[in-house]
Structures are given as structure tokens and as C-alpha cells.
Design a protein around this ligand. Structure first.
Ligand code: IMP
Length: 429
């Protein structure tokens, strides 16, 4: 029996919600280990839709849910998400939800700075969610951040705010904007403190105890490996490590606590925001994928860019995350296409290459080399066994396995939980 890490294997939005929900039903503990409320996970349980941004998916199923130290937490966003879900009848208490007391806070000044930068220059825009994720992580590694535990001791907060503002007000002056006052930031934090403090705990210790007791832990990744701050399409990335290795660091456990790594990948590719996307389709086929796949951002509502499956990038993320098996989602979106293309290499300055180059310039210049496979006329929607798939669809899945050098552990054929072809059970592997 293994603990399971779920990570996105592309640029996010791979359909993690359904898979995570299925796994969280069978886990004892669910932990988020990076990112923040930039994530958008949609769960459909017994016909009811739940939209989660910061809370681990386990809350919906009453599992012990943990926001780990690697997450950046906007306390007001946390409070309002808890209230919203409680309004939907989800029971969230300090017994079922624990937040790492050493996690970093996102303040409103982070969101403002994020939006300011995004609005300022066409050329340097990342296309962020403007939730303040990047600026909060900057303060964390800059060692001037305010952490959740600081809310427990309000009398010591002012010097910490002064330290933070010595940096932020210098930036504000540069932008020609009025400076923040210590009082304003203090009030923002003090007003959140009583509602957030009951959830704080040394979550690394709880996880360690649960692990020793043999509980099943599900590590719930957000975004995708190609948005990883080291391994992604830098600088068009998020500000955290999204690869599976972060599951250990971001929850306070050692690497051996992480067992099976399940990567989630769509049968095609999407991306929200700016940055290279070698297989992007701006034609009718791209529009069709977007329409059939309902490709609009959960958090921002932005239309997602769509394109063919990039097997080169996927093989790379399978390696950088040590993926044991892939959950292939949204196969049904390809139903009815006469032919399907898969990127099997890139051409860079007249040479064929077989990995995503690290340089920003090279990433912008690479051209995809495609292999074309025959489509299928039948439908894969709702299939629950290989026998229910058209022969060509099976061939397509098998070809992907070969190209990415990683087994497909399950295939998802609709948003319904039961519409899944299970090849290997990550918890039993
Ligand atoms: P940030 O995480 O808000 O800083 O945004 C950085 C990049 O990550 C942008 O391209 C966003 O569109 C992308 N991003 C952040 N969160 C998600 C997500 O949950 N799904 C897909 N893309 C995301």
C-alpha cells in the first residue's frame, strides 16, 4: 500500500478534480503541498458541484484535510471558502481541517502587486491569476514574509509588518503609488486571526503520526509540471515547485513518505496565460477542442488555449516528477476527429531535438514534429472498460504510452466518477 501523489503533467487544468476526488474517497488524509488559491478544482459528488481553490479536496468527503507548509495562504480567501462550502452543507471544523502554522501568508498587498505588474507591460506579462501567489513566495524566500503562526501573537506583529513594508513601500514609491501603513496591514491580519487560528497546527507532525499509523495519505498537487518554477517554461510559470518532489517538502515529510506518483494528462493540451505552447492550434480544430472540452479557467474564467498532445513535454514531466502512471483524461473530446496529431519531437534551428529546451528563446522557436494517427468514429464517452472503446482509441492510448515511456494507469471518459477505465490502482500498486 502506497501513499499517492497526484500532479498535473501538463500546464494545469488536466482534470485533477475528478481523479483526486476518486482517490480521496479511499484516502485517510488529503494534503495540499504547494500553490494557493490560484488553483481551481471542480468536484461533482452525488450530482452536487463543489469548486475548491485552497481547500484540499478531502474536505468534501469528510477526510482529514491538511494545508501544508508549502502552500501560500490568503487568510480572507480561506475564511470565505470555508464559509461557502459550509453553506453547501460541507462540515468543516478544526478537527477535519488543519493548516500548517509555518505556512506563508498572502496579504492584499501581494494581490495588488501581482495585478500591478501584470497590467504594466505587455512584454513581461505572465498571465497570472492575480491572486498574489508570486509576490507572496518572493517574500517567503526573501525571509520577510509573515507566517500563519505570527497571527497567534499580535503583539509581535508590528515589527514584522515594518520589515515587510520596508521592501513593499520601496516598490510602491517606484510605481508612484501611496505607501502602505503598518496599521492598515495590522488591521487586515488582526481581523482574520480569530477565524483562522483554530485551524493552525504543526501539520508535519500530524502527517508523520498518521503515516506511522499506516494511514493512506493523498498528496494533492495543483497547477502542472510545466508550470514548475524550475522545470517549467520559465519565466511563464507559477512561483512554486509543482513537481512530485515538492509533495515531501511542502508537507514536511521525507521523500520516502511519497509512494506512487500519479500524473494527470489530457489527451490533448491546454494552457491558460502567456508562454510557449508548441502544439497550440489557433484554427477550427483548436476551437473545437475548447468547445467540446469546456476549456474555460475555473478561477479566472479565461478561455484556455488548446492544442494537440505534446508527447515530448509529457515524457519530460513524467521524468521530472518520477511519474509511475498517467491518468489520461478527456479522451472523449477527441471523438469524431478524422485524424489526431501527437507531437513526437521538436525542430530547433533546423535540428531535431527530443526534449523541451531550457532557454526561453529556444522554447519560443521550437516547431513541433507531428505523427498523425487515425481518429475514431464511435464514442469513447462514458466507457468503463477497454472493450467499450473503439479499436482506434485503444491504439491511440497505447501509442501515447510508448511515446511517453510511462504506463497509462487509468483513462477518464467523462466527468462522472464511474466513467473510468482502471488499469492500475495507485493505492494498491
Ligand atoms: P500564478 O500562479 O497566479 O502566479 O500564475 C502563473 C501562471 O500559472 C499563469 O500562466 C497562470 O495561468 C498559471 N496557473 C496558475 N494556477 C493555475 C491553475 O490552477 N491551472 C492552470 N494554470 C494555472
Amino acid at each position: 500500500m502506497a501513499n499517492v501523489v497526484v500532479v498535473g503533467a501538463q500546464w494545469g487544468d488536466e482534470g485533477k478534480g475528478k481523479i483526486v476526488d476518486w482517490l480521496s474517497d479511499r484516502a485517510d488524509v488529503v494534503v495540499r503541498f504547494q500553490g494557493g488559491h490560484n488553483a481551481g478544482h471542480t468536484l461533482v459528488v452525488d450530482g452536487v458541484t463543489y469548486k475548491l481553490s485552497l481547500l484540499p479536496s478531502g474536505v468534501v468527503r469528510g477526510k482529514l484535510s491538511i494545508i501544508g507548509n508549502g502552500v501560500v495562504v490568503d487568510p480572507h480567501a480561506l475564511i470565505s471558502e470555508i464559509e461557502r462550502l459550509k453553506g453547501q452543507g460541507v462540515d468543516i471544523t478544526p478537527d477535519t481541517l488543519k493548516v500548517a502554522d509555518n505556512a506563508t501568508l498572502i496579504l492584499s498587498l501581494h494581490g495588488e502587486l501581482d495585478a500591478l505588474r501584470e497590467g504594466s507591460n505587455e512584454g513581461t506579462r505572465i498571465g497570472t491569476t492575480k491572486r498574489g501567489i508570486g509576490p507572496a513566495y518572493e517574500d517567503k524566500v526573501g525571509r520577510r514574509a509573515i507566517r500563519l503562526r505570527d497571527l497567534a501573537n499580535l503583539s509581535t506583529l508590528r515589527p514584522k509588518i515594518e520589515r515587510l513594508l520596508s521592501h513593499h513601500n520601496a516598490l510602491r514609491r517606484g510605481f508612484g503609488l501611496p505607501e502602505f501603513t503598518v496599521d492598515a496591514i495590522y488591521d487586515e491580519l488582526a481581523s482574520a486571526a480569530p477565524k483562522v487560528l483554530p485551524y493552525l497546527d504543526a501539520t508535519w507532525e500530524i502527517l508523520d503520526e498518521r503515516r506511522r499509523a499506516g494511514d493512506r495519505i493523498l498528496f494533492e498537487g495543483a497547477q502542472g509540471a510545466l508550470l514548475d518554477v524550475d522545470h517549467g517554461t520559465y519565466p511563464f510559470v507559477t512561483s512554486s515547485n509543482t513537481v512530485a518532489g515538492q509533495a515531501a517538502t511542502g508537507s514536511g515529510l521525507g521523500p520516502k513518505a511519497v509512494g506512487y506518483v500519479l500524473g494527470i494528462a489530457k489527451a490533448y493540451t491546454t494552457r491558460v496565460g502567456e508562454g510557449p505552447f508548441p502544439t497550440e492550434l489557433t484554427d477550427e480544430v483548436g476551437r473545437r477542442l475548447g468547445e467540446r472540452g469546456h476549456e474555460f479557467g475555473t478561477v479566472t474564467g479565461r478561455p484556455r488555449r488548446c492544442g494537440w498532445l505534446d508527447a515530448v513535454a509529457l515524457r519530460q514531466t513524467a521524468r521530472t516528477s518520477g511519474i509511475d502512471g498517467i491518468a489520461l483524461t478527456k479522451l472523449d473530446v477527441l471523438d469524431g476527429l478524422p485524424e489526431i496529431r501527437v507531437c513526437v519531437g521538436y525542430e530547433l534551428d533546423g535540428k531535431r531535438i527530443s526534449r523541451l529546451p531550457a532557454s526561453q528563446g529556444a522554447q519560443a522557436r521550437i516547431e513541433p514534429i507531428y505523427e498523425t494517427v487515425e481518429g475514431w468514429s464511435g464514442t469513447t464517452a462514458g466507457a468503463r472498460s477497454w472493450a467499450q472503446l473503439p479499436a482506434q482509441a485503444i491504439k491511440f492510448v497505447r501509442r501515447i504510452e510508448e511515446l511517453i515511456e510511462c504506463p497509462i494507469a487509468l483513462v477518464s471518459t467523462s466527468p462522472e466518477r464511474a466513467d473510468t477505465i482502471l488499469v492500475a490502482d495507485p493505492f494498491e500498486d
